[in-house]
Write a protein that binds this ligand. Structure first.
Ligand code: MCN
Ligand code: SMO
Length: 785
């Protein structure tokens, strides 16, 4: 914190040099001698019994169906939440298909094209069943079941109640709303990718896979293959975006690993864009029925909610179909101070690919739902929405604050953050312009949204979601190299977050070694200490904390050797900026490293405190997480004829505690905002009534491009967390949480006097024009003739 390259340093990312020169090294860059390519024959129907799969004669060893996969187990996602129904995801379909794109057979050939041609020779016979496309409708048709052995289509129902009746009783203002989000996919630049081969010398199966969680994939693969973990090494090289898509065990990983184990030669599968869009994942698809109870000033008293998450057909491992509804119920109360809450949160099975976590995990939907309510309450009581929001936010004096869902908010000034956003967007000026009206007839709207975000939460929180793998400590190993540089090894994975730089910065903070001499090594179970991996914006708090403590452990060891080199007492020296400073002289880390590694014969026993490499386990003081928070504000111009929405300004005030690298924090936030704008305005994978996906190319599935993402202005607050090293809080997901809420609030601000309120993503011109049309015909009906 003071050091230029340490914590707080505005440092360019070390890894960008290779990325910008196209020298990144991804799974698909691996080409191994004798490598075969793998393709999958995928189900053309959403739901049905698999009567038969016929392979052409002589296709042994090139075409595989479920029966061929001897010794390979399915992905069973256990979840310890009471009443949770397990699903079994076989690596290739067995008995039944449950979504369009489910893998029926696997083919192997020298090229992908040849493997796809092989897949076309397979004949399949499926008895179609009605498809369950809508999560809510699944409750109304209990006779059609995605999983026959269940008695309905619900993975899980969570009920939570705290002080609801007492608080809701006698409320002057009652507001009801319905909010829906569409299915989205994460759409990383790089999709799934896996290469596996057998290494005879290591006696190991080596699996290169594009994942956020290499150690966790090793656990899952070892269990599925019945292999000792020591005989399996998982490597995650450069990864072109994860966003939650790559924090689970994938059936394709199982299949390719099985091939390599069985045939002892290299196999490779690379997901294509169509597979990603159709088969990838369900993300974001929530439905909310909400009733808010408030007093006449708009002070929120109680919230009643029913949430339905579209879980798709299969629960994932290890994050399960319980994660999303659990996160929704726990996070819905948001950054607000109120004491009555009742929520029923469900996750239904449907005939779509399984739900996976996506940047923000439930909170993007939760934030949209709650923030629309805050604005609706404000309109109901006739006040400025930002003011009502401000009055309801947890105040700084209340920190630390235990909220109505028993979350422990550690620190921060939520209200100041909102005021900063209001000032930066210049609310008064825009309100004046809004009142004047635009010369081109477009309508101006101003929106706000606030949220707080649990990051780096640990064992007790993840155990309460019933997950089969729960994070405790994170480990890091720091080695001073013989020439006085450092190697930092961590079990988390950096796939765009810049941790090859920021973890080096935290090491620099303690050891003072130049960033160019610190190498961060990650993404290889054979080269790094254990970690459950990167998700939940946890890495800089957890792995960063471990690196800091490993470096600290090395300092007295370095001092002892340095003291000997200067011939003075250890107690009289101190470590400072890569130098060991004694009463009369000083020496360098480089000399200490040289002495320890190369001339131990000259060192006396009293400076042997344990060597210049240390592995340390770390967890924060509490495992309830450290809470970042932010307020976003946006101004839009809405074209009533074209339904087009232009974002005129977008500002963010955010607080992620102490920033390790403000440029990285801003980059993370901006990337998240781009994805959030996609959720708000563009991205959607609709289905027809037979469960056929209607967006299978990037021509139908609209991603925001540079032209759709405005320049965003960011302000920072830095309130350290009392619980983490240096008070750092996570930030990786935050940017993606608020954009739908803020943009919907802005559009609704522009249109409310026309009787239009939008609450369904994405807010396309089509939806907007239809809502305007409905409002017009309502007005026409009520007007006197
Ligand atoms: N950081 C910082 N100061 C802070 C907080 C964070 O400098 N106070 C920096 C960190 O040092 C790190 C980056 O910001 O370089 C993100 O750190 P953190 O918040 O710990 O998040 P994780 O590294 O655990 O990353 C995971 C998170 C998640 S869960 C998703 S989803 C996501 C995200 O980060 N996926 C991403 N950001 C992504 N960014 C890219 N480019 N690609 C993804 O797949
Ligand atoms: S969705 Mo992020 O990997 O928690």
């Amino acid at each position: 914190m003071g050091r230029e390259d340490g914590v707080g340093g505005h440092v360019l990312r070390k890894e960008d040099d290779r990325f910008l020169r196209g020298r990144g090294s991804y799974v698909s860059d691996m080409v191994l001698p004798g490598q075969s390519e793998v393709a999958f024959l995928r189900s053309p129907v959403a739901h049905g019994y698999l009567r038969s799969i016929r392979k052409p004669a002589g296709s042994d060893g090139t075409i595989f169906t479920y029966e061929d996969l001897t010794g390979l187990n399915s992905i069973v996602s256990e979840c310890a939440v009471p009443g949770f129904k397990m699903s079994e995801l076989p690596p290739l379909a067995r008995g039944k298909v449950r979504f369009v794109g489910e893998a029926l057979a696997m083919t192997v050939a020298p090229t992908r094209a040849a493997a796809e041609d092989l897949a076309e020779q397979v004949e399949i016979d499926i008895d179609e069943l009605p498809a369950i496309v809508d999560a809510r409708a699944s409750r109304a048709t209990p006779a059609v079941r995605v999983h026959e052995d269940w008695d309905d289509n619900l993975f899980v129902t969570l009920n939570y109640e705290n002080g609801f009746e007492a608080q809701a009783r006698g409320a002057k203002v009652v507001v009801k709303r319905t909010v829906s989000l569409a299915r989205q996919t994460m759409s990383p630049l790089e999709g799934k990718a896996v290469v596996a081969y057998w290494d005879d010398r290591a006696d190991q199966l080596i699996v290169y896979t594009s994942t956020q969680v290499p150690h966790m994939i090793r656990i899952g693969l070892a269990e599925a293959l019945g292999l000792d973990e020591g005989r399996l090494r998982v490597v995650s090289p450069d990864v072109g975006g994860g966003f939650g898509y790559k924090c689970v065990l994938q059936p394709e990983e199982l299949c390719v690993a099985w091939l390599a184990l069985t045939y002892r030669r290299p196999f490779r599968y690379i997901e294509d864009r169509r597979e990603h869009l159709v088969v990838g994942a369900v993300a974001r698809q929530h439905h909310y029925e909400l009733t808010a109870y408030a007093d006449e000033t708009g002070r929120l008293l109680a919230l009643d909610a029913e949430i339905m998450v579209d879980g798709g057909a299969y629960s994932s491992w290890p994050f399960t179909a319980g994660l999303e509804p659990g996160q929704a119920v726990g996070n819905l109360p948001g950054p607000y101070d109120f004491r009555g809450y009742r929520c029923k949160s469900m996750c239904a099975a449907t005939n779509k690919p399984g739900f996976l976590p996506y940047r923000g995990v439930a909170r993007t939907g939760v934030c949209l739902a709650l923030e629309l309510m805050i604005d609706a309450i404000a309109r109901e009581v006739g006040r400025e929405p930002w003011e009502v929001r401000h009055d309801n936010l947890v105040a700084q004096a209340q920190m630390p604050y235990d909220n109505v869902a028993r979350k422990h908010y550690d620190s921060g000034d939520y209200q100041k953050c909102l005021r900063m956003a209001r000032d930066k967007i210049d609310l008064d000026t825009w309100r004046a312009r809004q009142r004047r009206g635009e010369p081109d007839g477009r309508r101006i709207g101003i929106g706000f949204a606030s949220f707080c975000e649990q990051t780096a939460h640990g064992a007790s929180v993840l155990a309460s979601w019933g997950l089969p793998v729960i994070p405790g400590y994170d480990e890091a190993s720091v080695r001073i190299t013989p020439d006085g540089g450092a190697e930092v090894r961590v079990g988390v994975h950096s796939h765009g977050q810049g941790m090859e730089t920021t973890l080096a910065q935290v090491a620099n903070e303690i050891l003072g070694i130049g960033l160019d001499k610190i190498r961060v090594i990650h993404g290889d179970t054979g080269a790094t200490p254990f970690s459950t991996g990167t998700y939940a914006s946890r890495s800089i708090v957890m792995a960063g904390g471990a690196v800091i403590n490993a470096c600290r452990l090395l300092v007295p060891r370095v001092e002892a050797i340095g003291a000997h080199l200067m011939q003075c007492a250890t107690a009289t020296v101190r470590y400072e900026d890569g130098r060991i400073v004694g009463p009369q002289s000083s020496t360098t880390l480089k000399e200490v490293a040289y002495a320890w590694h190369r001339r131990p014969d000259r060192l006396p026993p009293d400076c042997d405190l344990g060597g210049l490499e240390a592995t340390v386990s770390y967890k924060p003081k509490v495992d309830t997480g450290v809470f970042s928070y932010a307020s976003h504000a946006a101004v839009v111009a809405v074209d009533l004829e074209l339904g087009h929405i232009e974002i005129l300004d977008y500002v963010i005030a955010e607080d992620c505690g102490t920033m390790v690298n403000p440029m990285v924090v801003e980059g993370q936030t901006l990337g998240g905002v781009a994805q959030g704008i996609g959720t708000a305005l563009y991205e959607e994978s609709p289905y027809d009534e037979n469960g056929q996906p209607l967006a299978s190319t990037l021509a139908d599935y609209l991603l925001p491009g540079a032209g759709e993402v405005p320049s965003v202005r960011i302000e920072h607050l830095q309130t350290p967390s009392p619980y983490s090293e240096f008070g750092i809080k996570g930030v990786g997901e935050g940017g993606a949480i608020a954009p739908p809420a803020v943009l919907f609030n802005a559009v609704n601000d522009a249109l409310h006097d026309l009787g239009v309120e939008m609450s369904e993503t994405p807010l396309t011109p089509h939806r907007l024009l239809a809502a305007l049309e409905r409002a017009r015909s309502r007005t026409a009906r009520t007007e006197p003739a």
